[in-house]
Design a protein around this ligand. Sequence first.
Ligand SMILES: [Zn+2]
Length: 308
Amino acid sequence: MSSTLFIQHSQFDQHSVPPSHPESPLRSLAVETRLRQTGLWQDLSIQTCQPVPAHLFKQIHNPGYIDQLYQIAPAKGMILADPDTPLTFNTLGAAEEAAGSGIQAVKQVLSGEFNNAFCAVRPPGHHAEPGKTLGFCFINNIALAAEYALNNSEIKKVLIFDFDVHQANGTIEIFKNRDDVMVISTFQHPFFPFSHWTNLPDNVLSIPIKAQTASTMFRRLIEKKVMEAVSKYKPDMMFLSAGFDAHTNDPMGGLDLIEEDYYWLTQMSMSLAKTYCKGRLVSMMEGGYNLEALALSSHQHIQALSGN
Ligand SMILES: [Zn+2]
């Protein structure tokens, strides 16, 4: 049995956005293709997502928001749920699988079947607020997974570390002022979504980073702060909102990380999870829009997770 679980959608072309849209089905294909080419695929336990019923979304989102999403979703073609975010005929099915994958991962990591898990799912989730679609995100996948983990009597506190180039506004808004969840967000600043970076609640550690910051400086800026925050909070389980759009070749982000930085980020997180959480770690894909950079970066991330 492998130590790392990899969860993918039941069909490749879920949430089929227009071809020009950066958050495309080609993203998950790029992740998988790289894993197969390098042989790492054989070392992982591969599962397909089990969808969850939409009423579970109401644990973290406003019920009216969820009802409205299902009302406006088109039977064919697409509409724009916000100016950047197409809602297509198969978006909500993909969202049910993406959110379901987090719960599926939590169950199996908590049962001890796997050390950790990566969910290669879309649409991403970390910009989705309790009542708002934003930045390609509808349902906050990582928030639902974290909330689910807290149902387990062994899990009193969870920590979400979001290293996407964009700030985790949705995750912060969902969990603000909770003492059983801590959110750490490293992000380019100033940058989209241009919110949630002043007057933050005590359970949020925000680490804004200037555009064009590269590996050495990035590591220096975040390492001490993240380690101090985790060691002070002492979570029972860790979650990663794994966005790969801080890579220097990403067309959207303006940071200058390289793929090896994702190996480093992952190892640091695993070492903290080992110290405080019996290694329990679930990672879910967020951004990353240059297919080559996404493939290389996610490979580094999963390689570290699998202990290779
Ligand atoms: Zn992003």
